[in-house]
Design a protein around this ligand. Structure first.
Ligand code: SIN
Length: 281
């Protein structure tokens, strides 16, 4: 039996079964998983107890490593980040506001993979928003208003020294590595075309998108706020519940996500890798 794909109603998100990720998947399985990931944008594999080496090997089935700055990796595993929150941690979850991973890079990751090690009994969901559906739901007038605009992305809010202090980064159990490099600015199309599916995607997020080229800050912030609110409207959101040993992989080129809290008093531990992407166009 090969992989089976069970999509959510509406097609955004799908469970994949019939593969053991502790072994190298064969070419047919990788092709089927890749097709499901492109079609459904968020795919998850229940009941996959994976060691770091398994996660690393599976990640590389989808391309080269992404570049993961600002967070210290797991010792001996330079491409694996541990997303950890302790029961008494006094700060919001890591990734707790809507974002696309590392959208401030010239070539942000194509995929992020997240493997659940310790899952709290309540809360701790990850919410995903479908940027292609959000774009397609805009009126022609709204699309004409934003097609062709360039947005600026930067890591400064969470990862500059100032942002780190404001977010009380020193009180996290994760080791965040703030840097002056976080002030760098990266221009990206505000609406990108997905390089594999060809779908147009509303590509702004509340954490990293800081401005719009050629637009004064007031109107730019107002437009960004309106677009970010639209992009994360309930119509486009899938609320993902975790179970221990579940691996989830999303298309970072069309999906943004947000780690939810609601589990104070409980530990949550996940391991994360990224796959290299290309320059948004
Ligand atoms: C992240 O933003 O990658 C973290 C997501 C999560 O922990 O749910």
């Amino acid at each position: 039996m090969g992989v089976t794909v069970e999509p959510n109603d509406g097609g955004f998100g799908a469970a994949i079964r019939g593969v053991d990720l502790r072994r190298p998947p064969d070419d047919a399985d990788v092709a089927a998983i890749r097709a499901a990931w492109l079609a459904h944008q968020v795919v998850w594999f229940p009941d996959q107890p994976m060691a770091h080496a398994d996660l690393e090997r599976f990640t590389r089935c989808f391309g080269d490593w992404g570049h993961d700055p600002y967070v210290a990796p797991v010792a001996g595993h330079p491409h694996v980040l541990e997303i950890r929150r302790e029961p008494d941690e006094p700060v919001a979850p890591f990734g707790g506001a809507w974002h696309s991973d590392w959208s401030f890079q010239a070539e942000p990751p194509s995929a992020t993979l997240l493997h659940a090690k310790i899952v709290p009994p309540v809360g701790g969901e990850t919410w995903f928003a479908d940027g292609a559906a959000a774009y397609e739901a805009l009126s022609e007038r709204e699309r004409a208003e934003i097609d062709g605009l360039t947005a600026f992305h930067s890591a400064r809010r969470p990862y500059s020294h100032e942002g780190f202090r404001a977010g009380r980064g020193d009180q996290r159990s994760m080791r965040i590595l703030p840097s002056d490099r976080a002030w760098d600015v990266q221009p990206h199309p505000l609406v990108r075309t997905h390089p594999e599916t060809g779908r147009r995607v509303l590509w702004v997020n509340a954490v990293y998108t800081i401005g719009i080229q050629g637009m004064p800050d007031g109107p730019a912030q107002a437009l960004l706020e309106r677009l970010c609110r639209h992009a994360t409207d309930d119509r486009f959101v899938y609320r993902h519940r975790w179970a221990p040993d579940m691996l989830t992989m999303w298309d970072n080129r069309s999906v943004q996500h947000c780690a939810r809290g609601g589990y104070d008093g409980h530990r949550r531990v996940m391991h994360r890798t990224t796959v290299a992407g290309d320059r948004p166009r």
